[in-house]
Design a protein around this ligand. Structure first.
Ligand SMILES: NC(=O)C1=CN([C@@H]2O[C@H](COP(=O)(O)OP(=O)(O)OC[C@H]3O[C@@H](n4cnc5c(N)ncnc54)[C@H](OP(=O)(O)O)[C@@H]3O)[C@@H](O)[C@H]2O)C=CC1
Ligand SMILES: O=C(O)CCC(=O)C(=O)O
Ligand SMILES: [Mg+2]
Length: 744
């Protein structure tokens, strides 16, 4: 046990598929760890858990929960942190509303989500919910930069067992469309603060009448911080979206919009709302008053718009107009064509980091309303990062699909710490209240950046602190030295923010005498270079900012490995602790749907396996815990065993699933522990466990197989019943007898 009763390792309680997997895997981890005297605790960062923790005064003692996210947020700033972080829901408004309703239905007396808060009390409730909305977890925990890569064993496996890839044809009409100007890219201004400029800054708006209002104050900016400000013109956005819909129709392709409404939780739902409005423009014009009366908010998506229209007396007429309009529109990229869920239904259904790689992996294909595959116009309004996808598409059209059997790897070193760059910008993002000027005024009274804006324009400021930038450059140098790989800083000298970062990077590389080992290239050129490198079978390290960290660590793994779930995702915390993220993807809602319908969980726990090994090894190195080192080495051997023997889950009901893979992991782990000679106590302890797992293989596998095919009942979606979930996820009495009860 560590000091202060903090367990040696903290495993996070999350949502959806990874949480289901934990119901099976965590008891195994705890059994093995406790034999080595390693304690494994849990902290609840699930969406439901965070909602419950936000309203203690409304709840009974039995219902109340501590604010585990805040506690973890403090812990990651200490050297003792050792956290295994699984993917959690970053909730859009429709998801938040659904989770609240589920908890209310379970007897939690929590308030509804105030859509249009009017009173102070409603505004206070809304503020609590807004802190839970979107990507509210990762930015709090990521007190370090990111090192994401495929473990060697995982990459070797993918090369030996290449996944399927869609074919690319040179005449594919799939393309990326972005605004020609007046977007965040074009309007960006950036500066690095000198010591005399540091201190408490404010953001203010000055109307045409000269009246000044403060949008944000007490905004502390340190010496050396890179501070950006930019805006997207919504007039230009609307024109662009209307043109993109027409252009899609002319091309005969399907319309798709790719955003990150979860992490960019203020700006991107607004942009998404403009797309919903553009798609339904004639209906919004004709029925403006009715839609207003129904409380329609396009930012919540088409699903919400349609549900609200249903409450109107003239719903039938409006829907007939929508149907007539839809017939004229191009096809739309679908999330679920069987259920009629379109790309524009819910802002969190199509998330760019996962959605664009899926299109590219499929050979530039999406699925339309009829379930047919086709080419798609990928609409990514802002130009900052869209060229990465545009260049990848051009590359594959010219060269054909990547061959995973021979392709090298693109690893990532990402600037992420302390809410770096755009992903930390939501508290400093605003819709311009009227025509006027928005500016940043520094502590010394100087105006740093100012923009003339029109009402509704989306203005945002981003920062990245000096220490994270320096740490990131150092991490890049370390990774390059250890691998000898090509290493590219994906920075665009013509972009205001990137030019400031280059101002840090170049002198640091020169001072270290390693400038020759690195290149600095704009995202488009870096994409081409990296694709050429991996096509030739060599490796590259992409050293990027926070957004490209996110995008590239799905894009390249999905092309190289078939999924980003198998990534090693290490956050070296700046205060010395370790945060081990599992995989680089999300919480896979479709997997839950499949489990509930047919009791098959296709979630691959490879990310958890890799993170567990790293966390144990970190415990060994950082705390001199030798037994943890033995456990860690054995966990790595078990991970290798899963790969070598093809024990990862199958996708279809009737095939071995996530639970089978956990049985195999336990078995290989026990065998590796029984076989090692570094710690004879552990060897003696695990020899009988290994034997029992091997002798009972047939019984365990048949008990696991027997439950598949029928629906499974979890007693909730966002707040499932732990006992029912455990019953579903631990259906083998024989395995449970060997592993034992889960002792938290
Ligand atoms: N770190 C974090 O906490 C992250 C959280 N999220 C959150 O996750 C949710 C879903 O996001 P979404 O964009 O749909 O992306 P996901 O990564 O959850 O899902 C995309 C697809 O990737 C495949 N996939 C992902 N993980 C696994 C796995 N472990 N094993 C097998 N297949 C996997 C699945 O493909 P298939 O269906 O074909 O099997 C899945 O449908 C959102 O709430 C989002 O905010 C997203 C990214 C990171
Ligand atoms: O925090 C989130 O919402 C998503 C994070 C993510 O996609 C990533 O880090 O890869
Ligand atoms: Mg991501």
């Amino acid at each position: 046990m560590a000091e202060n009763n903090t367990p040696d390792i903290l495993y996070t309680i999350v949502d959806e598929a990874p949480e289901l997997a934990s119901a099976s895997f965590l008891p195994i981890i705890r059994k093995f760890a406790s034999a080595a005297g390693v304690s494994v605790g849990t902290r609840d960062i699930s969406l439901a858990g965070r909602i419950i923790a936000a309203f203690p005064e409304n709840l009974t003692d039995a219902q109340r929960q501590s604010d585990d996210l805040a506690a973890l947020g403090d812990l990651v700033k200490t050297p003792g942190a050792n956290v295994i972080k699984l993917p959690n829901i970053s909730a859009s408004v429709p998801q938040l509303v659904a989770a609240i309703a589920e908890l209310q239905g379970q007897g939690y007396d929590i308030p509804g989500y105030p859509e249009e808060p009017a009173t102070d009390a409603e505004k206070a409730i809304r503020a609590r919910y807004d802190a839970i909305k979107g990507s509210a977890v990762n930015p709090v925990l990521r007190e370090g930069n990111s090192d994401r890569r495929a473990a060697r064993a995982v990459k070797n496996y993918a090369q030996k067992n290449p996944h399927s890839m869609g074919d690319w044809s040179a005449d594919s009409k799939t393309k990326v469309s972005s605004m020609p100007g007046n977007d965040f890219y074009a309007n960006e201004k950036s500066a690095t603060l000198a010591a005399a400029q540091a201190g408490d800054a404010r953001i203010e708006f000055e109307g045409k009448d000269g009246a000044v209002s403060v949008l944000r104050d007490g905004w502390t900016l340190g010496d050396g911080t890179v501070v950006d400000a930019t805006f997207m013109s919504v007039r230009a956005l609307s024109e662009f979206l209307a043109g993109a819909i027409e252009d899609t129709r002319a091309d005969g392709t399907m319309f798709s919009l790719h955003m990150k409404a979860t992490m960019m939780k203020v700006s991107d739902p607004i942009i998404f709302g403009y797309a919903v409005r553009a798609w339904l423009a004639p209906v919004f014009d004709k029925y403006a008053d009715d839609l207003k009366a129904a409380g329609v908010n396009p930012n919540a998506g088409m699903g919400d718009v349609l549900a609200r229209i249903d409450t109107l007396p003239n719903a039938a007429a409006i829907k007939a107009d929508i149907a007539a309009l839809t017939a004229e529109r191009p096809s739309m990229y679908m999330v679920d064509s069987d259920r009629g869920i379109t790309n524009l239904h819910v802002p969190s259904d199509v998330i760019i980091d996962a959605s664009m790689p899926a299109v590219i992996r499929a050979g530039g294909k999406g699925w339309d309303e009829t379930g047919a595959k086709g080419d798609t116009n990928c609409v990514i309004p802002d130009t900052c990062y869209a060229p990465v996808y545009d260049e990848a598409i051009r590359f594959f059209k010219a060269n054909g699909a990547l061959n995973p059997a021979t392709a090298g790897a693109v690893a990532n070193v990402g600037l992420m710490a302390q809410k770096a760059e755009e992903y930390g910008s939501h508290p400093t993002t605003f819709e311009a209240p009227a025509d006027g000027t928005i500016r940043i005024v520094l502590a010394n009274g100087e105006t740093l950046h100012a923009h003339e804006v029109e009402a509704g324009d989306i203005w945002r400021a981003c920062t990245v602190n000096k220490a994270p930038i320096e740490n990131w450059i150092q991490l890049a140098m370390d990774r390059q030295r250890l691998t000898g790989s090509e290493a590219i800083f994906w920075l665009d000298a013509d972009r205001a923010h990137d030019a400031q970062l280059i101002g840090y990077v170049k002198p640091a590389l020169d001072a270290a005498g390693v400038a020759e080992q690195f290149r600095i290239m704009a995202p488009r050129e870096a994409t081409r270079q990296s694709l050429e490198t991996i096509t030739a079978g060599r490796d590259s390290i992409a050293i990027t900012g926070n957004v490209l960290r996110d995008y590239l660590t799905d894009l390249f793994p999905i092309l190289e490995l078939g999924t980003s779930a198998k990534m090693l995702s290490i956050v070296k915390l700046m205060q010395g602790g370790g945060l081990f993220e599992t995989g680089a993807g999300g919480s896979a809602p479709k997997h839950v749907q499949q489990l509930v319908e047919e009791n098959h969980l296709r979630w691959d726990s490879m990310g958890e396996f890799c993170a567990l090994g790293e966390s144990l090894n970190f415990l060994a190195d950082a705390r001199g815990n030798a037994k943890a080192g033995v456990l860690g080495a054995a966990a790595e051997a078990a991970t290798q065993g899963i790969l070598d023997n093809g024990r990862s889950p199958g996708r279809k009901v009737g095939q071995p699933d996530n639970r089978d893979s956990h049985y195999w992991f336990a078995r290989y782990w026990a065998e590796a522990l029984a076989d090692q000679d570094g710690d004879s106590d552990l060897a003696a302890e695990f020899a009988p466990v290994a034997r029992a797992l091997a002798e009972n293989e047939a019984a365990i596998l048949s008990e696991l197989a027997a439950v598949q095919g029928a629906p499974a009942e979890l007693g909730g979606y966002y707040h499932a019943d732990p006992a029912r979930t455990a019953a579903v996820m631990r259906p083998s009495a024989t395995l449970n007898a060997i592993i034992g009860e889960d002792r938290a």
